[in-house]
Design a binder for this molecule. Structure first.
Ligand SMILES: [Zn+2]
Length: 172
């Protein structure tokens, strides 16, 4: 039996709960239905986003207003990952050099990896990708044009799309 990581399962549950059935995944539906406030803010370039959950479990996601839309979508999806998976009260800041911060404990790094996995599955649901790629036969290599087209369709970066497709076992 294949064990599906809980971060992937959680993203899949969200996709099903809000009946999202085509790309690009509408993050606003998820944000609104959970009563989350979404605020675009003037952060330094290295800060992608911030998640704030107060004592009453009210949640606010702040996103760097100067980043491109694909990156902002990944940030929102990442913060939603922390929200659905970890639900920790307090303020969580996401900087893109996070993984190089020596002070981070192993547990925190694991939470970041899980939030990233959640984000990648939320924005690029595996079942949607399989659907798009089933027209290519087993031996065909996916070229850059296909990856770029898919990235545009899903409103994610080409890098995020390449990672996801590789993780699913496709080659290019
Ligand atoms: Zn994070």
């Amino acid at each position: 039996m294949i064990k599906i990581p809980y971060s992937i399962k959680a993203a899949d549950d969200v996709i099903n709960r809000y009946k999202i059935n085509e790309p690009p995944v509408d993050l606003n539906v998820i944000v609104k239905n959970n009563g989350i406030r979404l605020i675009y803010k003037d952060f330094p370039d290295d800060v992608s986003g911030v998640l704030k959950i107060n004592e009453n479990k009210e949640c606010t996601i702040y996103v760097n207003e100067s980043h491109c839309e694909e990156r902002q979508r990944f940030t929102i999806a990442h913060e939603l990952g922390h929200y659905f998976l970890h639900k920790k009260t307090g303020v969580h800041v996401d900087k893109h050099f996070y993984y190089r911060n020596k002070k981070s404990s192993e547990a925190i790094i694991k939470e970041e990896i899980d939030a990233n996995k959640f984000a990648a599955e939320l924005l690029i649901p595996s079942k949607f990708i399989h659907n798009y790629l089933k027209k290519y036969d087993e031996n065909s290599l996916l070229d850059e044009d296909i990856i770029t087209q898919l990235a545009n369709k899903f409103k994610v970066s080409v890098t995020a799309m390449s990672f996801k497709i590789q993780n699913l076992g496709y080659s290019f």
